[in-house]
Design a protein around this ligand. Structure first.
Ligand SMILES: NC(=O)C1=CN([C@@H]2O[C@H](COP(=O)(O)OP(=O)(O)OC[C@H]3O[C@@H](n4cnc5c(N)ncnc54)[C@H](OP(=O)(O)O)[C@@H]3O)[C@@H](O)[C@H]2O)C=CC1
Ligand SMILES: O=C(CO)[C@H](O)[C@H](O)COP(=O)(O)O
Length: 507
């Protein structure tokens, strides 16, 4: 293992999937990295890869391996910057405490680049402030993104950001003047032009919060695509390959996105062992690490309607009840309506449904962040958020340029659905969403995210909802009071339901 004691620009703790690739990305941009991992094989792996990929083999290594944290710190220029890329939760605190023991100083910056819960980031910034500056930067883009350009969502103190900004802007994904990702997945040939997919998002947990919402939207996006696939397969009897080709076609239009692109690819893949479509050989039980659930919980806690995101979390949970579902399938039947449906009409309806439901899901995501601004005293630039999601991250899509434009035009936009482009699109395409939901209901295909999207759209555009009846019910059984449509705002009334004549009094 190398230990050259030369000054490095940045240290890494954790050289797993994300740490290794982000370190190599930094090296490609001319930064010298000192890396440490508990697992010596991981250190060796990054050193071997760096050697293989080094553009000029005669030049010295751009990444050095360190046998412990003291060694890593001694290799870093001051103020030191240490990126932590270990599993979220307790390991991050273990690393922070180990850095303190290893002699980190109060001017040094420790950057948590994992999928940490934003409340942990807020706590950590305060807890470690006497020892070092704790800064959050959430990363999206998986392995390839980390290696060649992720979307970076930084949050923490503004001075630390000034120090980190040039590095983060260098390694982040880049988009061109039309908001399209500029891709180069060749080691040693990083993209240096274009607009970087990173922007300072605010203090303490702001970056991790925004990443969490990104993942909540990711859950919804993925679930909606899966429902579209399920409908096409069940209603039209299409094979995965056929659906893959259709998705590839949709990906040329408004649905252009990384998730639709990879779905098209996945569905055209066959299993080497059996010759069956690969998707049919994969167990239908979805995993989740928690970020989608956190988004749903945070929305619920703040009273933000985010049903599509929540339904997407529940859909994953329902999918894991494999044995129960097998049992229920033998007992519970569906009375389904069958009839002739023109394939072309169904395809068009599902394509429109996917776009409309996607708009509603993103609208919910941005509403969650708007509520979080008040809750945590942050001021988000929603246009910046949409812009830094245009490249590098899992939900990257050309559609995000539309969102950036919507907020550029009006920072105070109450809801994305009220922007001219989105309102107009919903007006033109909602028939497809309605049709998809009807077809799903009639044929017994579970499409909770599509249903939820339509209910959100119809609920949000309703001047009157049956919540008046609900308030009366609450007042009836619990004297919870209500306001009158003709009363002073805030003035509460209670009807004495059990008394003769049921008098109503101000409360
Ligand atoms: N993988 C992905 O696509 C994405 C992951 N993330 C997030 O990034 C973070 C890292 O993920 P990922 O790289 O996939 O995880 P990995 O498990 O691949 O890598 C984590 C590495 O950290 C090491 N480690 C754990 N504890 C310590 C410690 N105390 N000191 C030094 N090294 C330690 C682990 O060693 P050992 O294995 O020996 O424990 C392991 O090598 C997570 O928060 C994850 O949620 C974010 C975006 C995408
Ligand atoms: O952060 C990510 C991408 O943005 C990860 O891929 C994410 O952790 C995947 O989440 P889950 O395992 O819950 O599906």
């Amino acid at each position: 293992m190398l230990n050259t004691n030369q000054n490095c620009n940045i240290g890494f703790v954790g050289l797993g999937v994300m740490g290794k690739n982000l370190a190599l990305n930094l090296a490609d941009h001319g930064y010298r990295v000192a890396g440490f991992d508990l697992d010596a094989n991981k250190i060796q792996d990054v050193l071997d890869t760096e050697e293989r990929e080094r553009p000029d083999t005669k030049k010295e290594a751009r990444i050095i391996g360190c046998s412990n944290m003291e060694n890593m710190l001694s290799n870093l220029a001051k103020p030191r910057v240490v990126v932590v890329l270990v599993p979220a939760g307790q390991p991050v605190d273990i690393v922070c405490n180990n850095l303190i023991k290893a002699g980190i100083e109060s001017d040094d910056i420790v950057v948590d680049c994992g999928n940490s819960q934003w409340t942990d980031t807020i706590r950590r910034e305060a807890e470690y402030k006497d020892y070092f500056k704790f800064f959050g930067t959430a990363v999206s883009g998986g392995e390839v993104g980390a290696r060649f350009g992720p979307s970076l969502m930084p949050g923490g103190d503004a001075d630390s950001w000034k120090h980190l900004q040039p590095m983060w802007e260098a390694v982040a994904a880049k988009v061109d003047e039309n908001g399209k990702p500029i891709i180069s997945n060749t080691p040693g040939k990083p993209v240096t032009e274009g607009e970087p997919c990173t922007a300072y998002l605010g203090p303490n947990g702001a970056g991790h919060y925004v990443k969490m919402v990104h993942n909540g939207i990711e859950y919804a996006d993925m679930q909606l695509i899966c429902e579209a696939y399920h409908l096409l397969r069940s209603l039209l009897g299409y094979e995965p390959e056929e659906i893959g080709k259709l998705f590839a076609q949709w990906n040329q239009g408004e649905l252009d996105s990384y998730l639709v692109e990879i779905t098209a690819d996945i569905l055209q893949q066959y299993d080497a062992a059996t010759g069956a479509p690969l998707v049919d050989m994969i167990l239908d039980s979805a995993g989740q690490k928690g970020t989608g659930r956190w988004t749903s919980i945070s929305a619920t806690q703040m009273g933000v309607p985010a049903g599509i995101i929540s339904e997407s979390v529940y859909a994953r949970a329902l999918s894991t009840l494999t044995t129960e579902r097998e049992h229920a399938a033998g007992i519970l039947t569906a009375e389904v309506e069958s009839g002739e449906i023109a394939a072309e009409d169904v395809e068009k309806a599902i394509e429109e449904a996917l776009y409309c439901a996607k708009i509603c899901a993103y609208a919910q995501g941005f509403q969650i962040m708007r509520a979080a601004e008040k809750e945590y005293d942050w001021t988000f630039n929603f246009s910046d958020i949409a812009k830094i999601w245009r490249g590098g991250c899992i939900i990257r899509a050309s559609f995000l340029q539309r969102i950036a434009d919507a907020f550029d035009g009006n920072r105070e936009l109450e809801n994305l659905l009220l922007n001219d482009y989105f309102a107009d699109t919903m007006a033109k395409k909602q028939a497809g969403l309605r049709k998809a939901v009807v077809l799903a209901a009639q044929s017994g295909v579970p499409t909770p995210a599509f249903f939820s999207a339509l209910a959100y759209f119809d609920g949000y555009r309703s001047e009157v909802l049956p919540a008046n009846l609900l308030q009366a019910q609450r007042d009836y059984f619990g004297a919870h009071t209500y306001e009158r449509v003709d009363g002073e705002p805030g003035q509460k009334y209670h009807t004495f339901w059990q008394e003769e004549g049921r008098p109503e009094r101000k409360v």
